[in-house]
Design a protein around this ligand. Structure first.
Ligand code: FES
Length: 145
């Protein structure tokens, strides 16, 4: 099996069976993300424990890439500190935009590297990350524009 086929399977699996889907109750942070290009929306609820992201859920309606990206992100960031999450976001952003970015140690998030062949979809994959930043900081609606 080629790597690109494997990546496609990971995306399809997370779209079909999204992890951490729903609403966290109780939660202490919430933000909504909106991609005005397509109208897709997603809502994140988070619970913190000091500097750590103790738990996270997402809900929404979007394309396969946005749903899979949010699902994989929730798995990757749970239990991490703000600094670790910021580093992960930078690495995912590089993966989405830079042909030479390394996917080493990124686990399933490496599947997002296939998205860089489709620049119009980069916003689909990064929507959840921008929304997470908002949930951890201010709790408001963010737009990919
Ligand atoms: Fe709307 Fe991808 S087409 S987020």
């Amino acid at each position: 099996m080629q790597l690109t086929d494997l990546y496609r399977e990971v995306i399809l699996d997370h779209n079909k069976h999204p992890r951490n889907f729903g609403r966290l109750d109780p939660h202490d942070g919430e933000a909504k993300g909106h991609n005005p290009l397509c109208g897709d929306r997603l809502t994140l609820t988070v619970r913190r424990d000091g500097d750590q992201l103790a738990d996270i859920r997402f809900e929404g309606n979007g394309c396969a890439i946005s749903m899979a990206s949010a699902s994989m992100m929730t798995e990757a960031v749970k239990g991490r500190s703000r600094a670790e999450i910021e580093t992960l976001f930078q690495r995912v952003h590089a993966l989405l935009t830079d042909q030479h970015a390394s996917a080493d140690n990124l686990g399933k998030l490496a599947a997002l590297s296939g998205v860089r062949e489709f620049p119009a979809r980069v916003k689909c994959a990064s929507l959840c990350w921008h929304t997470l930043n908002a949930a951890l900081e201010r709790g408001e609606t963010v737009s990919t524009e």
